[in-house]
Design a protein around this ligand. Structure first.
Ligand code: NDP
Length: 247
């Protein structure tokens, strides 16, 4: 796999899966910009790690729910680097609760952060990708967007919405040589899953045929494949990376 000279943006690249994706793309030769919401120091650290690999990097404090900020970020990248070739929509949050106990705020926050953000950044990336006569958009969903999960109705709805959005986007932009695909992770070890208690974690492992949690790198390797020319005939696809959990 080779991404030399490609200009990439990873939303939510300061921590967890997004950080791993940013570093993997950079190791393959890409210039990588990241966005984040709050973690200034962590984001600066990721930029330093990427630059140490001999490629360009920049970070933007940009709440993914802000429509106009998405266009600003992408315009800055294109202004500085000349193009945007790969967009990875990774930023996401959970606010879990049973439907009976879930308040309106928890619903709205998760839907706007996880789903509206994908519209914001994909839309802003479309014109530059059309000008460049191609691009690859990779959206991070979740297995629960396929299977549903008690206590995660807001999160599951946002992640299922990502799949519908991506397939529509892929159909609209295929004639422009812009591909769009979904990666649906299972249970991956990050801060997001760090707060789950031992009992829940054990149950998740029991439900996973490969019998273990995944590492962020196991997601970023698939994202790198979808970003690269090796996946040139794949669009509108959903790839589960879940140890077989949703099989
Ligand atoms: P983390 O909580 O470890 O990291 C989340 C990242 O998203 C951080 O960089 C965070 O920035 C950023 N972020 C959160 N909210 C916003 C926002 N409003 N605007 C911009 N950036 C934001 O999560 P993971 O790495 O575990 O998850 C990454 C993606 O993978 C998410 O979409 C998640 O739903 C998905 N996923 C994760 C699974 C898992 O098991 N971990 C399973 C399935 C899917 P900051 O540091 O500033 O807060």
């Amino acid at each position: 796999m080779d991404l030399k000279g490609k200009n990439c943006l990873v939303t939510g690249g300061s921590r967890g899966i997004g950080k791993s994706i940013a570093l993997t793309l950079a190791k393959l030769g890409a210039n990588v910009a990241i966005t984040y919401a709050r973690s200034v120091d962590a984001a600066n650290e990721v930029v330093k790690e990427i630059e140490a690999l001999g490629v360009n990097s920049v970070s933007f404090q940009a709440d993914a729910v802000q429509f106009e900020r998405a266009e600003e970020v992408i315009n800055e990248i294109v202004g500085a680097w000349g193009s945007l070739d790969v967009l990875v929509n990774n930023a996401g949050i959970t606010k879990d609760n049973l439907i009976l106990r879930m308040d309106e705020q928890a619903w709205d926050d998760v839907i706007t952060t996880n789903l509206k953000s994908i519209f914001n950044y994909s839309k802003a990336a479309t014109k530059p990708m059309m000008r460049a006569r191609g691009g690859s958009v990779i959206n991070i969903s979740s297995v629960v967007g396929i299977s549903g999960n008690a206590g995660q109705s807001n999160y599951s709805a946002s992640k299922a919405g990502i799949i519908g959005f991506t397939k529509s986007y892929a159909k609209e932009l295929a004639s422009r040589n812009i591909r769009a695909n979904v990666v649906a992770p299972g249970y991956i070890l990050t801060e997001m899953t760090g707060s789950l208690n031992e009992k829940v974690l054990e149950a998740i492992k029991q439900e996973t045929p490969l019998g273990r949690a995944g590492e962020p790198e196991e997601i970023s390797n698939v994202v790198a494949f979808l970003a690269s020319g090796l996946s040139s005939y794949i669009t509108g696809e959903v790839i589960r990376v879940d140890g077989g959990m949703a099989m």
